[in-house]
Design a binder for this molecule. Structure first.
Ligand code: COI
Length: 355
């Protein structure tokens, strides 16, 4: 782990935390006192600094803005009843950002920069962590190309930045989703598995069209045949068909979600049947008709467990069973919350203490 002394720390003169009710702020709109930045140039990382959250000067020719070398992560920190701070599975985010970096021809981030910056930042800003039941501190690490240059080539300089914001629910209500069969999110050989800014940018137009029809999100289908379900706008997808938990198998078109992995681990631990495989639209529509489609929900860091109440497909809405009766996803939601808040034993060692 990076030693304290290797990170230059410039503390804010007066904390802004009392200007907010951190247990009651809109998602992603209010940022904590400090941020972490490390810089990459001449083939090495350096200048690791924690500084007051601020706008940083940048060139309008900065290559991330033009050629899309921009990747990010999302994770959350929680406070338990004793006021101790724990981050949910941050090593997984560390590994994933480096997989994204390799695919985007960006430099990998050393563990001591990622984890050292993260822990020092959280130590300073722990007062920003909500204590409410559904509250957490959302952590956004990101890596951007910073060469001041027009011309398509991998940048030679980068900044790795971590900012954080207190967060409650991303979706305040169960959602209606539309199966998207005109546009696609990712194809084989592409960057679907990468948490690349561009993957989200390209999703906005189809999502806007779905929202105009009254849905909150789309469900992406495979780019070749538009017949298999992939993931939803901000999260992976899960279904309970009869008593089996079914989710699309990971591939290079699907983000390997850390919440997804955690839900599957819990389901297996509870002795449930779990299937990671292709799921066709036809299978879901038929399961709905037969009454075997018991639950549908999205899973993600920001979204946590987002219940799906309606699936739209080709002009028809398929209403799903009421959320209250959904045994599996409600139990998962409670269990994850209790593990994160230190109310249930963390038998998988998912919580990473910030000390
Ligand atoms: C997350 O779940 O952390 C995400 O990054 C999804 C979204 C907020 C972009």
């Amino acid at each position: 782990m990076i030693a304290n002394a290797e990170i230059k720390i410039e503390k804010i003169a007066h904390s802004r935390v009392n200007e907010y009710d951190v247990n009651n702020v809109p998602f992603g709109k209010c940022f904590s006192d400090h941020m972490f930045i490390a810089e990459y140039s001449d083939g090495k990382w350096g200048n690791a600094t924690i500084m007051p959250y601020q706008n940083v000067p940048m060139s309008y020719a900065m290559s991330a803005l033009h050629y899309g070398q921009a990747i990010f992560e999302g994770m959350k920190a929680y406070k338990n009843a004793d006021g101790e701070v724990n981050i949910f599975r941050p090593i997984e985010n560390f590994k994933r950002i480096n997989k994204s970096a390799i695919r985007m021809a960006m430099p990998e981030i050393p563990e001591e920069i990622f984890m050292g910056g993260l822990t020092e930042l959280l130590k300073l800003d722990s007062a920003w962590i909500p204590t409410s039941d559904s509250g957490s501190l959302y952590i956004r690490p990101f890596l951007i190309a910073t060469d001041e240059a027009i011309g398509v080539k991998a940048s030679e300089t980068y900044k790795f930045i971590i900012i954080t914001c207190p967060a409650g629910k991303y979706y305040s209500e169960p959602i209606k989703v539309l199966i998207e069969t005109n546009f696609f999110r990712a194809v084989e050989g592409g960057v679907g598995f990468v948490k690349a800014a561009g993957n989200y940018g390209r999703s906005l137009y189809p999502t806007k069209l779905a929202q105009q029809k009254g849905y909150q999100q789309v469900i992406w289908t495979d780019g070749k045949t538009h017949s298999y379900l992939e993931e939803s706008g901000t999260m992976n997808l899960m279904f309970v068909l009869d008593n089996t938990v079914v989710t699309p198998a990971l591939s290079d078109t699907i983000l390997a979600g850390i919440t997804r992995n955690s839900v599957l681990a819990l389901a297996k631990d509870w002795g449930m049947n779990v299937e990671e495989r292709k799921i066709s639209i036809t299978e879901i529509i038929e399961a709905h008709a037969k009454g075997t489609l018991k639950e549908a929900f999205g899973v993600g860091t920001a979204a946590t467990i987002a219940q799906i109440i309606v699936i739209g497909y080709e002009g028809k809405d398929y209403a799903l069973p009421p959320v209250e009766g959904r045994q599996f996803s409600n139990k998962i939601d409670d269990t994850l919350r209790n593990i994160r808040k230190g109310k249930t034993a963390d038998k998988f060692n998912w919580m990473y203490p910030v000390k």
